[in-house]
Design a protein around this ligand. Sequence first.
Ligand code: GLU
Length: 449
Amino acid sequence: MNAYIERVIETVKQKHGSEPEFVQTVEEVLSSLSPVVDAHPEYEAVDLLGRMVEPERMFTFRVVWTDDAGKTHTNIGYRCQFNGALGPYKGGLRFQPNVYPGIVKFLGFEQIFKNSLTGLPIGGGKGGADFDPSGKSDAEIMRFCQSFMTALYRYIGPDVDVPAGDMGVGGREIGFLYGQYRRLKGTFENGVLTGKGLSYGGSLARPEATGFGAVYYLLEVLKHEGEDIKGKTIVAAGFGNVTWGICKKAMQLGAKVITLSGPDGYIYDPDGVCTEEKVEYLLEMRSSGRNQVKDYADKFGVKFFPGEKPWGVKGDIVMPSAMQNDVNMEQAKRIVETGAKYYIEVANMPTTNDALKFLMDQKNLIVAPSKAVNAGGVGVSAMEMSQNSERLSWTEEEVDSQLQRMMETIHRVSAEAAEKYGLGYNLVAGANIAGFLKVAEAMLEQGIF
Ligand code: GLU
């Protein structure tokens, strides 16, 4: 590996040993940039990589709220403005009890390259809180969101930093967050958040965008291999917004998702999550706040495997679409044994680094990285920002066709970047390289800081 890259990774390991997810993503991204950094010795003199792994700034703040019984709770909120070279910081907010700086920074770092791949003018950021939304009433969620925004509002804005949803933050939360922003600022700047409701500036097709985009990307991979999506089976994970979008688009195209997972285990539906009723039911499962996939098994009479993950179920395509580090080495081996031909990451960093390397080394398996596959979500967020500044709404067809074109371009520029650096059809390295090069160029041209 390039010696400068090795030194940067070593420094990050030393400084951020207590943030393993962040170290993991830095290692994954930088190690695939070796041929690029070899070709650009000028990066080291301006410490381009050392600057890239350090957020421009990061806030933590106290979020105090009162529950329905009148008891006061104190949480920690975060916003990491990682890299603004390409545009306003852009990235979601995650509300989950395990949120801490290592998670916020890993997501923020991934976001820089993902957002660059969209080709749209957005920098990378991320935020959230160690708050557990499950089992909370609407009123509690509202008070939490209002308190969160009261702490954050002066540091964001349509041209500054534009948060959106992530795990635990959906349309309901974005509504409460926007209402509080508007109340505090006294302006109708709806471009400050994306994932909004349609009545106050949301974009058509934003809820579907990440899942649809992932399937559009998959279509490009299949096209490259001369295969058709019709009749294919998909082993997926999660049952939230992203997996819902995958099920819906797969159904439209004649493929079927046969597994879903949750914190409680996974379900296997050999007929596929591919009727309107089943796909709609995922929305109900999510809004119930129960956060369990067993509900699907109870409702549709399919098998539920408590405490297990779906890795090892036989299917043509594997799409880890739930959360980070969902597939480790042992599970990766099981996936290979099933003979699946495509491993399409969807969730952010769903694979541990050793497992990812193992999967990429398999001759008969094509691996695609999440920062490319799930970029349709933030891509349509950037389209939402455009619509807000134009003060008009695009039709669903316009958004969807732009999304399709974007996913096709992301696949093509990734494949071309890997090819250019002698790596063959390596979509993982290609996405890192293509995403990186644009940010590098913008940083170099903007001077040293
Ligand atoms: N949280 C999503 C992501 O991981 C969406 C971010 C956004 O729309 O800004 O990319």
